[in-house]
Ligand binder design. Structure first.
Ligand code: ZN
Ligand code: ZN
Length: 354
């Protein structure tokens, strides 16, 4: 018995036909994009091959709800192998898109389908990144509570559809609609209005990202104390001692970072190892690695009397090497004497983000 062409019978017929066509390998291969989150790639893979994300859950043997965000956290080996066989993408590339074992896991936004106004959702996005993508996709970095703005565009991230206030629920999309359209109301997320974030808050965000990156690379097997301090930072900002950063909406976290930027940086940089504390303080006071390297380059220009144009560029110079060289050249004077180019005007600002 045949039903409405857009009803349940139609859906069953599609799946049977799809099975005939794509028995060995799915027809369309989709390459992962830089920093793409696994669930985002799965959505794109499903849609490219003619299946909406929600029914694609059944193809992988997953259940309802936040099935693909769950795979982000832990993808079973047999699903990674199946996706690899069917898509032609190497299994290790698939596993690399998941978040398993990430040292920044304590900063991941919790999986939450329905979020109240000031509570976090599980995913953020930059409308301008989506607008510039050849095929819009969601980044791994957008899952972190420590991220409030886009490092490329300088605008604030969003965690809700501005039209219906729903979080991102692309895993529940039942139609063949690309994931940059809200799965609840169809709003094009690329058209979301720009969110402004103050420069001081963005500098703090960049410094936190760089410090956490150094810490996580160094101590991948254990959770860094500084990562946990960032997680508890709302208490430091006096905006709700019971709340962790991961529970706050992006709007509330932007406000939190604004408050933190006006406070001394001790909460972030302190460590029992003086060298570690010093390194963190340098990064935080400069507003991140890139700014610190720029300060160091200026310092060398002035103190070695070399025009910058004659200095060979070393884009791949390691921060640790630069810091070591910096301390050697300055003789550690920055601790006792504020330097004009480093925003380390410690005596005046007590380490605030400027
Ligand atoms: Zn962006
Ligand atoms: Zn919406």
């Amino acid at each position: 018995m045949r039903g409405d062409a857009f009803g349940a019978d139609f859906a069953v017929e599609i799946r049977e036909r799809y099975g005939d066509v794509a028995r060995d390998r799915w027809p369309v291969s989709v390459d992962p994009r830089p920093d793409e989150l696994l669930s985002s790639w799965i959505n794109r893979l499903a849609l490219a091959n003619g299946i909406a994300p929600r029914p694609f859950s059944g193809v992988l043997g997953c259940g309802d709800g936040m099935w693909s965000p769950c795979l982000d956290l832990q993808i079973p080996r047999h699903i990674a192998a199946f996706l690899g066989d069917q898509s032609g993408v190497p299994q290790d590339a698939i596993s690399a898109m998941a978040l398993t074992g990430w040292a920044l896991t304590p900063l991941l936004l919790p999986l939450r389908e329905n979020a109240r106004r000031l509570r976090s959702t599980w995913m953020q996005f930059c409308p301008q990144c989506l607008a510039q993508d050849e095929t819009p996709y969601f980044r791994r970095q957008w899952r972190l509570a420590s991220r409030i703005s886009c490092f490329v565009h300088g605008c604030g991230l969003r965690d809700r559809c501005p039209a219906c206030r729903s979080g991102i629920v692309s895993y529940d999309q039942g139609e063949l609609v690309l994931q940059h359209f809200c799965a609840r109301c169809g709003f094009d997320l690329r058209d979301a209005p720009k969110v402004a974030v103050k420069a001081a808050a963005r500098r703090l965000e960049r410094a936190i990202a760089d410090i956490c990156r150094v810490e996580s690379a160094k101590r991948s097997a254990e959770t860094s104390d500084v990562v946990l301090r960032v997680r508890r930072s709302p208490a430091t900002a006096d905006i709700g001692s019971a709340r962790t950063l991961t529970n706050l909406s992006t709007t509330a976290r932007i406000r939190c970072f604004g408050e933190l930027a006006a406070k001394p940086l001790d909460w972030l940089v302190t460590d029992k190892d003086v060298a570690v504390a010093h390194r963190r303080w340098m990064i935080a006071a400069a507003g991140g690695h890139n700014q610190l390297i720029a300060c160091f380059a200026n310092f060398l220009d002035k103190h070695q009397a070399k025009p910058r144009s004659t200095r060979p560029t070393r884009p791949s110079a390691r921060l640790a090497d630069l810091l070591t060289a910096y301390f050697r050249v300055t003789g550690d004077r920055t601790l006792s004497k504020p330097h004009r180019d480093l925003p380390a005007q410690r005596t005046r600002d007590r380490g605030r983000i400027l």
